[in-house]
Design a protein around this ligand. Structure first.
Ligand SMILES: [Zn+2]
Length: 140
């Protein structure tokens, strides 16, 4: 079995595991960056966002990690384009310039979500009460 198939299998197994986990957020491992520094990294809320997406709750996924939701379509289009045109997937074909732009955006997101003026970028669990009240607020 090729390393690519192993990676695809692990990714699929992880998605299945996330899909069957209970929806409570306490079952996810804590982020080591947030645990040690108290700061939110770019990936904070990603597992909860994926779990929300797998259960069909796109709005909640957006509030857990909006950059993840922005990246998923870009990654899917890139992977599908690569597979359709070359019949294989090679990560070495990614243009370095685009990779640097992407990494810069992700790093900037990680910095912004720790600035008080941008605290709405921090992982936030929406309660059913705030959604149905019609006035969407940012619960803490
Ligand atoms: Zn984190």
């Amino acid at each position: 079995m090729t390393p690519g198939r192993w990676m695809a299998g692990l990714l699929l197994a992880g998605l299945v595991l996330l899909a069957v986990l209970p929806p409570n957020v306490g079952c996810f491992p804590p982020c080591p960056v947030h645990t040690t520094t108290g700061l939110y990294c770019s990936g904070c809320g990603s597992l909860r966002a994926i779990r929300s997406l797998l259960s069909g709750d796109v709005l909640q996924a957006w509030h857990y990690n909006p950059i993840l939701l922005c990246c998923i379509p870009i990654i899917l289009v890139g992977v599908l384009s690569e597979v359709v045109h070359t019949k294989r997937l090679s990560l070495t074909r990614i243009r370095p310039f685009l990779l640097w732009v992407w990494l810069s955006v992700i790093l900037a997101f990680g910095v912004l979500r720790n600035i008080p003026a941008f605290d709405y970028l921090q992982p936030t669990a929406l309660s059913a009460k705030t959604i149905h009240a019609g006035a969407l607020t940012w619960p803490r």
